[in-house]
Design a protein around this ligand. Structure first.
Ligand code: DLZ
Length: 164
């Protein structure tokens, strides 16, 4: 479904488990940083709203979206977080750079999920314009950060269900 038909901040709170005993790593790209900080705020507020402890939310920056995959892998290898949320914003320009970065991050995150058997959440905005990004980072289409936070909580719960 296209995001202009769905508000990214809409979800059913009754289906979201308590995040009180969950740990989260968040990797944030510095490129388009006004957007990525808004995404981060969406993640942070949503995690706290669902019971996560401030002390269990760890944030690291990488220069741009291309570096998100390695940033996420470093989290997986060096911390005991339960999920890693990846936040970036790639805006279409005049060259094919956009396609290469989007493909690389998408493929990289898919591989990390399977390699580490833990949830790495795709919080990457891939838009044609800065306005489309603003609309999805706390604007009229909600906040992709909220969606990413809810996804992380749900996927940690799912993993725990299978493990227990
Ligand atoms: C170089 C570049 C360009 C043109 N556009 C973006 C973008 O829209 N969003 C983003 O997160 N990063 C961009 N970058 C930076 C690359 O992701 C990467 O940081 C550099 O190519 C260095 O590896």
């Amino acid at each position: 479904m296209a995001t202009n038909l769905k508000n990214l901040s809409d979800y059913k709170p009754e289906y979201v488990e308590d995040a009180n005993n969950m740990k989260f790593g968040i990797v944030v790209a510095e490129w388009n940083n006004e957007i990525t900080e808004s995404l981060y705020n969406g993640v942070y507020k949503t995690l706290l709203k669902h019971g996560a402890k401030e002390a269990n939310i760890y944030k690291k920056y990488v220069p741009g979206s291309f570096e998100l995959t390695l940033g996420a892998q470093l989290f997986a290898e060096n911390t005991d977080v339960d999920s890693i949320i990846i936040l970036g914003c790639v805006i279409q320009g005049e060259t094919r750079h956009f396609d290469y970065i989007c493909d690389s991050v998408t493929q990289g995150i898919t591989e990390l999920n399977l390699k580490y058997n833990m949830p790495f959440v795709f919080g990457l905005l891939t838009t044609n314009s800065i306005q489309q990004a603003i609309d999805r980072a706390g604007g009229k289409h909600g906040n992709k950060g909220t969606e990413a936070a809810i996804t992380a909580i749900k996927m940690i719960s799912l993993k725990r269900e299978f493990e227990n």
